[in-house]
Design a protein around this ligand. Structure first.
Ligand SMILES: C[S@@+](CC[C@H](N)C(=O)[O-])C[C@H]1O[C@@H](n2cnc3c(N)ncnc32)[C@H](O)[C@@H]1O
Length: 256
């Protein structure tokens, strides 16, 4: 798909969804006057992250006192079925991230309530729900559809039916989804941020999410090397964070 076709398809997708008009306005500003925002402070943060990064295995062991190998062994079949579903999905989205980090954060906190932003195929949702289902917990997720690819129906595509009972998916931009989520549940055990990667988008969401994380809860943010929002947020709040290097990107994680 050419760039012009993609932009046009995205725009038409937005026009068909009046509930996404506020995000359309923000996108226009983001891609015009605020263009530099996506990479603000990127170099500073990449050297900061590189200097402290550890593996996912080390992070899970150091923070949660847990060992990660059981996840792949215990859920081998579920993960293989999900990967098969992903291969058959007509819309292409982002693949799995550091699933063990998410799963063991839920195990460590004995999570009952988790919030995540960014679902795509649903890999992080799957890892979360596999832990939550043991305690009848609930995952609250926020994701905008892939408008350029008519991807509305495929958000969360790999999540198996038997786990959907504990899942509430909010199909708006975070700025609209999160207030709705917080009106249903105020305090969370784990939060996972993996949606709007702009500096301003992160700063807004990190502040909102942090307020709703309980003491002892786990905060995880993906792709923290895109710009310096995560580093700046941690420094502003005197947070000692762990940085995980996973498949060439950095993930931030700390216990509140
Ligand atoms: C990297 S993917 C998420 C991957 C997912 N966490 C996983 O582990 O498979 C990012 C997602 O964020 C969503 N997204 C981007 N900007 C958003 C926004 N402002 N509000 C809500 N969702 C957004 C995209 O639609 C996309 O599905």
């Amino acid at each position: 798909m050419s760039e012009v076709t993609r932009v046009l398809k995205t725009f038409i997708g937005y026009l068909k969804r009046p509930d996404l008009y506020p995000e359309l306005g923000r996108k226009i500003i983001k891609n015009t006057v605020n263009r530099g925002n996506a990479f603000k402070g990127k170099d500073k943060t990449n050297s900061w992250a590189a200097g402290r990064a550890v593996s996912q295995k080390e992070a899970v062991s150091k923070l949660f006192g847990l060992e990660i190998d059981a996840f792949r062994n215990n859920y081998q079949e579920v993960l293989a079925t999900a990967a098969e579903k992903e291969r058959g999905c007509p819309v292409k989205m982002g693949g799995p991230g550091a699933l063990e980090l998410i799963y063991y954060a839920c195990e460590f906190t004995k999570a009952q309530h988790v919030v995540e932003t960014g679902v795509a195929y649903g890999w992080s949702s799957l890892a979360t729900l596999l832990s939550l289902v043991k305690r009848n917990g609930t995952l609250y997720s926020s994701d905008m559809p892939y408008l350029a690819q008519d991807g509305d129906q495929y958000v969360g595509y790999i999540v198996p039916e038997n786990l959907k009972g504990g899942w509430k998916l909010f199909r708006f931009a975070d700025k609209e989804s999160l207030p709705r989520i917080f009106s249903e549940n105020k305090v969370f055990d784990v939060l996972h941020y993996d949606s709007d990667k702009s500096y301003n988008g992160r700063m807004w969401a990190y502040d909102e999410l942090y307020k709703h994380l309980r003491e002892g809860g786990v905060f995880i943010s993906d792709d923290i090397g895109d710009n310096s929002a995560y580093q700046d947020f941690c420094e502003k709040n005197n947070i000692e964070t762990t940085v995980v290097e996973y498949e060439g990107k950095y993930i931030g994680v700390f216990i509140k």
